[in-house]
Design a protein around this ligand. Sequence first.
Ligand code: PLP
Length: 401
Amino acid sequence: MTQNSEFGTPKQPIPYGRQHITQDDIDAVVETLQSDYLTQGPKVEAFEQAFAHYIGAKYAVAVSNGTAALHLCTLALGVNEESRVITTPITFAASANCVRYCGGTVAFADINAQTALLDIAKVRALLESKPKGYFEGIIPVDFAGNPVNLEEYRKLADEFGLWIIEDAAHSPGGFFYDSQGNKQLCGNGRYADLAIFSFHPVKHIATGEGGMVTTNNSELYQKLLKLRTHGITRDPALLEENHGGWYMEMQDLGFNYRIPDMLCALGLTQLQRADANLARRKGIAKVYDEAFAGINDIDVLQTNPAALGRNGETGHAYHLYVIRVQDRKGLYDFLRQHNIFAQVHYIPAHTMPYYRNLGFKKGDFPEAENYYSQCLSLPMYPSLTPEEQEFVIQKVKEFIG
Ligand SMILES: *Cc1c(COP(=O)(O)O)cnc(C)c1O
């Protein structure tokens, strides 16, 4: 990287995350652009199959973005004005908004202060505070790439008759160990009814805009396919009438949430590098871990113990590398001065004006708010060079003193 000789400050900003595009990616997109299909062509299904295989799920449905994926999930599960759904305040707003799109009510439960994941004990307490049947589902989030223990969530969900949507936007390739010691990949459909991924450029796999739903449930899979494209089916087995070769039926109120073939071609080549890029993310995390170990004023988020193997292997997918410091604003501004664009994930969803207008207020979820006051996501992406990372570490340490 190019640096000013005196301070070592890079001329180009170092962002907190960025896409990784190679010549293979470019060639794949150009090739598809020259083919017969720009929207629903062969690359869509090929990407779905390759992604399902990668995640270990039976079915995958590619869509226009991660938010559309979440909306299709709540639609497929029949969320409506009577539905009440629990999620975490420390997430991207779409995890909660997807309930609102269907007119349902969002309930938040607070986070675990060590991991910043939704606290299952607080979810249980919330469930027990109401009659059975009051809540309909839970949307846990593998925040920062740190996998939630879905086996435990499944037990809880079964006890209270709930469905689960796993928001795995941060965790493709992540995993936790179940009670038998088996690896369970995020989004594999073993415990959650549905899982979603995003292919926004800062996420692990970038298609520009893009998303995926994965599931092992064939009935939900069929619903997703139909809802992705206006609620229309052409499948002769599903038609109520059949007037001839042209005939199709709009059976439900669906949307156009399709993703173009060109972007699926990009997704396919991106997916080929997913393991290598994930390994690089883990390597970056290790260097940060070692650099900050023993510094009292820097607190690193804890990996969910369920995601740590006995052999030291980690199932954390490291979408983000989050530290907590007392003077977060000071550190953020200091890093900006040195062209390091750290970021904050997230402003608690319940403190957003939209959710405050629905009755939430500051003080409702103290752990989430306390976390927010201290958290900062440091640069974390496969093409971050060792020199750039060293520079980031040096500047963080310089500020902390
Ligand atoms: C990025 C993200 C989404 C939404 O994905 P888009 O593709 O940006 O619509 C949903 N949930 C979480 C946790 C995310 O980080």
